[in-house]
Design a protein around this ligand. Structure first.
Ligand SMILES: Cc1ncc(COP(=O)(O)O)c(C=O)c1O
Length: 422
């Protein structure tokens, strides 16, 4: 197991004090912090070999192209892709899922076809499918979740039919934390000739990912949730499907040749990456992947499990003042816990935690239907990563105890709506 205290040294931000208290950063499912190594890799690119890629014979362009292409290889190895050509750089998970919905869906869905998604979805894996379905006259069907926050597999098996062309689902939920059985879902989708699309935003950063074992057709994930820069993510796709797809975004870099009445599309992955790519982002993300690989993804996962276990242990002391969303078994969930404090608004709890130096996310976490299904209009979410410690979890539990002891006073505070669209 890696030495968390040593890891923390790579993240100067963790030395900050917030409201006079040491920062405890528990908002990693929204975005993680960045280690020095990632920032340095991005800075090195901009300071010493910045140039556009795939466009010039000059030395800087060659160096930039090499680093950018190598980054695809690093990413491919990280998820055990068959080839780096299957790694399409996109802006983030949302962008990757839109690329599948519009790039594949628009050309392959017909009126009357069905797209199956779950109630557990982040809006990013629900709204693109709804938009495309509306455009082509297809139908989106929803599979429910159980009271415990598990995907209802029996219902999934009933809903998937010959009409189904896509089954899209979260590989791990950003609210209930549930890790879904990707292979089971992929096999079910394939049994009716549908494609299986995994939203990997909360999975790939936390759990060893082997795309060959998972048997999915597409997986999208974000760099910024795994120590990398913002503005970069990956859409991994099966090569034959990526090859069969017409580029959804077209322009420079997507082509080999253009005449006034014809176009020859580029090889993979470039045909799906229109215009100047996020070169620095890819270089930074590759550095983040090198960092995680040094820690070892199995240990990253174990560390998450230990933090979640400690959280539940602490919650036991708080009794029924805490209502957890999702299953209680740390082994079946990813490294986050969403909950509510009885009789307190989630924003009030978040604000009070911030006064104590603890950063959590509050709101609907871009998963409103799931919250409504579970009987809430929002929740507080503590989400962990490699630099978080068991001591921090203990301080968090103590902070919650204090908040609960002040509940009557806090409940009178006006609730501030901090942001919209979440
Ligand atoms: C499960 C899930 N899917 C998709 C997303 C969207 O990620 P991004 O905002 O990086 O596109 C998130 C972000 O929180 C997420 O948790």
């Amino acid at each position: 197991m890696f030495d968390v205290n040593k890891v923390r040294e790579d993240f100067p931000i963790l030395k900050r004090k917030i409201n006079g208290k040491p920062l405890i950063y528990f908002d990693n499912a929204a975005t993680t912090q960045k280690p020095r190594q990632v920032v340095a890799a991005v800075a090195r690119f901009y300071l010493y070999y910045n140039a556009n890629v795939h466009r010039g014979f000059h030395t800087l362009s060659q160096e930039a192209s090499k680093a950018y292409e190598e980054a695809h290889e690093v990413l491919a190895k990280f998820i055990n892709a068959y080839s780096w050509e299957e790694v399409v750089d996109v802006a983030n998970t949302t962008d990757g899922l839109n690329l599948v919905a519009w790039g594949w869906g628009l050309h392959n869905l017909r009126p009357g076809d069905e797209v199956v998604v779950s109630v557990m979805e982040h809006h990013s894996n629900m709204l693109p499918w709804r938009a495309v379905a509306e455009r082509v006259g297809a139908r989106v069907k929803y599979v429910s979740v159980t009271e415990e926050g598990l995907l209802n597999y029996e219902e999934l098996e009933r809903v998937v039919s010959e009409k189904t062309k896509v089954v899209a689902f979260p590989m791990a939920s950003n609210v209930v934390g549930t890790i879904n059985d990707s292979r089971r879902i992929a096999r079910l989708a394939h049994s009716v000739g549908a494609i299986a699309v995994g939203d990997g935003a909360q999975y790939v950063p936390h759990i060893p990912t082997d795309v060959r074992e998972l048997e999915l057709d597409f997986i999208a994930f974000s760099g910024h949730k795994m120590l990398g820069p913002t503005g970069i993510g990956v859409l991994w796709g099966r090569k034959d499907i990526l090859e069969s797809m017409k580029p959804f975004r077209v322009g420079g870099d997507t082509i080999k040749d253009v005449t006034l009445d014809s176009v020859v599309w580029h090889d993979l992955p470039w045909r799906h990456v229109a215009g100047t790519p996020n070169i620095a982002g890819m270089i930074g993300l590759a550095e983040a992947v090198r960092y995680l690989t040094r820690l070892g993804m199995k240990d990253v996962r174990e560390h998450d499990v230990a933090l979640v276990r400690e959280t539940f242990k602490g919650f036991e002391e708080l009794g029924d003042d805490i209502v957890v969303l999702g299953p209680k078994n740390p082994q079946v969930r990813t490294g986050l816990v969403a909950f509510n404090v009885r009789d307190l608004h989630h924003h009030t709890v978040g604000k009070a935690l911030d006064l104590l130096g603890i950063a959590v996310r509050t709101g609907g976490h871009c998963a409103h239907p799931l919250h409504y299904r579970l009987g809430f209009n929002g929740s507080v979410r503590a989400s962990y990563y490699v630099y978080n410690t068991l001591e921090e979890v203990r301080s968090f539990i103590e902070a919650l105890k204090l908040i609960i002891s002040l509940r009557e006073r806090l409940a009178k505070e006006p609730v501030e709506e901090v942001c919209t669209g979440t």
